[in-house]
Design a protein around this ligand. Structure first.
Ligand code: SAM
Ligand code: FES
Length: 348
């Protein structure tokens, strides 16, 4: 297996058969070797910097019904909230004071936020704070809408493809279309966004064959960012009694993604930190180089309950900033508070 890992590191490519062989044969020794090679690759491209993004979860209303998601429309238990423009700007101001230069605005697909409202929020952030990047993560829209947000100043867009198995996608997303999700990613890229795709790890019925499809798809799409995290059940969803994904498998996939897309920005996600107290540190050592601490007001954090056991719901932004800095340092890396563009867009 080490030969295959070397081949992947040298060529940033591996046939689907070989990827499957690797995934099917991940004993401890191979895993360690894989993580080391992924870490070397990220050190070579980005050094030991870990980029920080301030996450603002601004609405938990959603018109979709993704079976895994705690804020799905069908969840009557969810206590719904929306942040006003002023509250969102307030979160950014606190984040800016703490040093953040990227704000990620994430929410369910909530029609209350019309194109005009989103454009107004984005352009106000861009004009209120010097040299910041705005990332949107608000689901599937038309080309025209994505273009409007971009023209208002949005720089990046996160839209996980969730799984590249069409069959699994259809099972988990009633009344949604896999083709439309993929169309969105290509539209976003075409418009000029730095785009982020990604998937969940350990979905019910998900196989190594499915992960190979995800990896092949990512290679083809060439996104600037890839967000992956373990699936975690949420008690008020149809998948409440399913098994969660693991930190171990997530870290293997993080390393494979780092080797396939050496320049990619790769978060050690909150879900990874939630499934295992040391998950984010392990993710960084496996090739991740981004973290996204929460800047949402404390009062709403619990309500953005995508899955059970989510961390950081009770910590002030300043505490999170401090906590994550310690974790990054203890894993052997350095906090970088700059905008943290993809390396191809950095001008130094
Ligand atoms: N509505 C936007 C969208 O669809 O891209 C953004 C919000 S959505 C809640 C953000 C991500 O949360 C999803 O892409 C999904 O991968 C993740 N997520 C949702 N439920 C989850 C669960 N139970 N376990 C792990 N991740 C989950
Ligand atoms: Fe809408 Fe998950 S069901 S964000």
């Amino acid at each position: 297996m080490k030969k295959l890992i070397d081949e992947l590191k040298d060529s940033n490519n591996l046939s689907p058969d070989k990827l499957l062989l690797l995934l099917n044969n991940m004993d401890n020794e191979n895993k360690q070797y894989l993580h080391t090679k992924a870490d070397e690759t990220r050190l070579h491209i980005y050094g030991d910097k870990v980029y920080m993004r301030g996450l603002i979860e601004f609405t938990n209303f959603c018109k979709n019904n993704c079976k895994y998601c705690g804020i799905r429309k069908g969840n009557r238990q969810a206590q719904r909230y929306r942040l006003s423009k002023e509250e969102i700007i307030g979160c950014c101001a606190e984040g800016y004071r703490l040093g953040y230069r990227t704000f990620v605005l994430q929410g369910g697909e909530d029609n209350f936020y019309t194109d005009e409202r989103i454009m107004d929020i984005v352009s106000t952030i861009k004009s209120s704070f010097d040299d910041v990047a705005v990332t949107l993560s608000i689901g599937e829209k038309t080309y025209e809408t994505y273009k409007k947000y971009f023209d208002a100043g949005a720089d990046r867009y996160l839209l996980r493809h969730e799984t590249n198995s069409r069959e699994l996608y259809d099972r988990l997303h009633p009344n949604m279309s896999y083709d439309n999700r993929i169309r969105c990613l290509y539209d976003l890229k075409d418009i000029g966004y730095q785009i982020g795709a990604g998937f969940m790890v350990g979905l019910p019925g998900q196989t190594n064959e499915d992960f190979v499809k995800d990896l092949v798809f990512l290679k083809e799409l060439q996104p600037h960012m890839v967000g992956i995290g373990p699936f975690m059940p949420q008690s008020d969803t149809p998948l409440a009694n399913e098994k969660a994904g693991t930190a171990d498998k997530t870290c293997i996939l993080l390393s494979l993604i780092r080797l396939i897309l050496p320049e990619v920005l790769l978060p050690a996600t909150t879900a990874l930190g939630s499934i295992d107290p040391k998950g984010r540190e392990q993710g960084l050592k496996a090739g991740a180089n981004v973290v996204m601490p929460n800047l949402s007001p404390i009062g709403v954090r619990e309500k953005y309950s995508l899955y059970d056991g989510k961390i950081c719901t009770g910590d002030e932004a300043a505490q999170c900033r401090h906590c994550i800095e310690n974790r990054i340092k203890s894993a052997g890396y350095q906090v970088d508070m700059s905008k943290g563009d993809h390396i191809s867009l950095q001008n130094n």
